[in-house]
Design a protein around this ligand. Structure first.
Ligand SMILES: *[C@@H]1O[C@H](CO)[C@@H](O)[C@H](O)[C@H]1NC(C)=O
Ligand SMILES: *[C@@H]1O[C@H](CO)[C@@H](O)[C@H](O)[C@H]1NC(C)=O
Ligand SMILES: *[C@@H]1O[C@H](CO)[C@@H](O)[C@H](O)[C@H]1NC(C)=O
Ligand SMILES: *[C@@H]1O[C@H](CO)[C@@H](O)[C@H](O)[C@H]1NC(C)=O
Ligand SMILES: *[C@@H]1O[C@H](CO)[C@@H](O)[C@H](O)[C@H]1NC(C)=O
Ligand SMILES: *[C@@H]1O[C@H](CO)[C@@H](O)[C@H](O)[C@H]1NC(C)=O
Ligand SMILES: *[C@@H]1O[C@H](CO)[C@@H](O)[C@H](O)[C@H]1NC(C)=O
Ligand SMILES: *[C@@H]1O[C@H](CO)[C@@H](O)[C@H](O)[C@H]1NC(C)=O
Ligand SMILES: *[C@@H]1O[C@H](CO)[C@@H](O)[C@H](O)[C@H]1NC(C)=O
Ligand SMILES: *[C@@H]1O[C@H](CO)[C@@H](O)[C@H](O)[C@H]1NC(C)=O
Length: 414
């Protein structure tokens, strides 16, 4: 919409044809100065996966996040896109089926609530070496709009990637972006990147005995990351939160049952719930079941979205939608100190989640609907400080020292 008229003309003329012929898509991208993307598309077209993508783009409404030439010049991008199979995966992560246009704005405005509201959509990336979500769902991409400068930017991308221009042409909303979007990594790397060292420490210190078929132990982190784990929603306390909870945690640091339940009460097993799905709708709060079989309640008010565990322990979500290969993490400002568990309720909830995921078809358009709220911009809370990380790690270490066998309990109720 903000592009020079000449480029708009080129895009406008050619994109209709692109619906029929993938080579005119390439011409169009070239005409718009997106020459690196154009040659990437051509290289990907040499693979079956890449050809499938181009065919899919040609029918129905799509959103294409189109990296500009500078984006391809950034360090690391060549390595990530050099191999044409890998390149096909990367391109798939830039294409979203469906409409992401904000109907209250002009027809080529990408929908996005003002921060902290997040808009998410499923991409075309399904390759199981990179994505293991429930029901084989494709990976999602998340973005938000900066209240101060109006910029739409992506979550989970380092360095930050922004939308620099949008143009509605034919069946495709082309949103030019200034970086190549990299699909999410595993839980350990995501926690590390976000300074959630205390939770990472916990996941790495906990042994799950006999988790592997050959009978050897795995860490809780490995269990969450395992190929057999499809979908989870983890509420990860900040390092400060862990430090703050230190004394109440130490009171049961030798009780395996309690520790197991504590971890289980921080995630949903089998479903990835993104932030729009956690917010209360018309005053009704969402209810889910934790991996320890306890209720999870969510409510949103003028100070933000809160998660409450079955015993009343409550925390505010301070940063949402950290994506992983097989789930999603939301950062919270308190440890949910709940050591109760209900194993049969937990496995029933998991079974139900798995069957729902297998039946549901992939959604096109924004997950959880269009975000409409424009208030409540609380950007300063979107920070986790690493100042206390050392203390927090040692708090978990103290908590977990000598806690052999807690994973045995985990297997018992799993
Ligand atoms: C992709 O490959 C197909 C078959 O080889 C060819 O017909 C088509 O023109 C190619 N498209 C592009 C954009 O290179
Ligand atoms: C595509 O989008 C247009 C306008 O944004 C809408 O009118 C049309 O119904 C959509 N088509 C499909 C197949 O969803
Ligand atoms: C998945 O991606 C890998 C490369 O990361 C590639 O070797 C493989 O062929 C892809 N699988 C499919 C089904 O496209
Ligand atoms: C998990 O899946 C990946 C990709 O399909 C494979 O390379 C790896 O060996 C699997 N790991 C285990 C522990 O099965
Ligand atoms: C939002 O914009 C302000 C003002 O330009 C900037 O200081 C801040 O870093 C931006 N935040 C994000 C998350 O992009
Ligand atoms: C058991 O399986 C795990 C995961 O596949 C592997 O890492 C480990 O080396 C195996 N251990 C033995 C003793 O075979
Ligand atoms: C350990 O914790 C569980 C769950 O909170 C509790 O039922 C049990 O009584 C505790 N055991 C001891 C020895 O404190
Ligand atoms: C919002 O909800 C939380 C959790 O229920 C509560 O602690 C807080 O006081 C509420 N804030 C407002 C402004 O209503
Ligand atoms: C999820 O629940 C199933 C069934 O109870 C269990 O086998 C699995 O280990 C659980 N996964 C996680 C990550 O808790
Ligand atoms: C497996 O975990 C159990 C419980 O934490 C521990 O007792 C055992 O020594 C571990 N085995 C190995 C080989 O690390």
């Amino acid at each position: 919409m903000r592009g020079p008229p000449t480029i708009l003309a080129v895009l406008g003329v050619s994109f209709h044809a692109a619906a029929q012929d993938s080579s005119s898509l390439v011409n169009t991208l070239q005409g718009a100065g997106l020459t690196s993307l154009a040659s990437a598309v051509q290289r990907a077209n040499g693979t079956q996966a890449g050809q499938g993508l181009l065919n899919q783009l040609s029918s129905g409404n799509h959103t294409l996040f189109a990296p500009n030439n500078q984006a391809f010049d950034a360090p690391g991008v060549f390595a990530a896109t050099n191999n044409s199979e890998t390149l096909a995966n990367i391109l798939a992560y830039h294409i979203l089926p469906g409409n992401f246009v904000n109907s209250s704005m002009n027809s080529s405005a990408l929908d996005s609530g003002v921060l902290p509201n997040v808009t998410l959509g499923h991409t075309l990336l399904t390759n199981s070496s990179l994505v293991q979500l429930e029901g084989n769902k494709p990976q999602v991409v998340a973005w938000s709009r900066n209240d101060s400068n109006g910029q739409i930017y992506f979550l989970n991308q380092r360095p930050q990637v922004n939308v620099v221009n949008t143009t509605n042409v034919g069946n495709i909303l082309v949103a030019t972006v200034n970086g190549v979007l990299i699909p999410p990594g595993n839980i350990t790397s995501v926690l590390e990147q976000n300074n959630l060292t205390a939770v990472n420490g916990l996941l790495n210190m906990v042994n799950v005995p006999g988790f592997f078929p050959n009978g050897t132990n795995a860490t809780a982190g490995t269990v969450l990351d395992a190929n057999s784990t499809h979908g989870y929603t983890l509420f990860a306390p900040t390092n400060e939160a862990v430090e703050k909870a230190g004394s109440s945690l130490s009171s049961f640091s030798n009780n395996q049952t309690a520790l197991l339940a504590l971890l289980g009460n921080h995630y949903v097993n089998g479903t990835s719930y993104y932030s729009p799905q956690l917010q209360s709708v018309n005053g009704n709060s969402s209810n889910f079941v934790s991996a320890a079989g306890q209720p999870f309640n969510f409510n949103t008010n003028s100070s933000g979205t809160f998660v409450t565990s079955g015993n009343g322990a409550s925390a505010k979500i301070v940063k949402s939608d950290l994506l992983t290969e097989n789930g999603v993490v939301h950062v919270v400002d308190n440890v949910l100190v709940n050591t109760q568990s209900d194993p049969s309720r937990a496995s029933a909830a998991y079974a139900s989640a798995t069957s729902v995921a297998a039946q549901s078809s992939t959604q096109t358009g924004p997950i959880g609907g269009l975000s409409t709220s424009t208030s409540n911009s609380n950007s300063t809370s979107n920070r986790t400080s690493d100042a206390s990380s050392v203390h927090a790690v040692s708090a978990w270490a103290t908590l977990l020292v000598g806690t052999f066998g807690w994973a045995t309990v985990m297997l018992l109720w799993a």
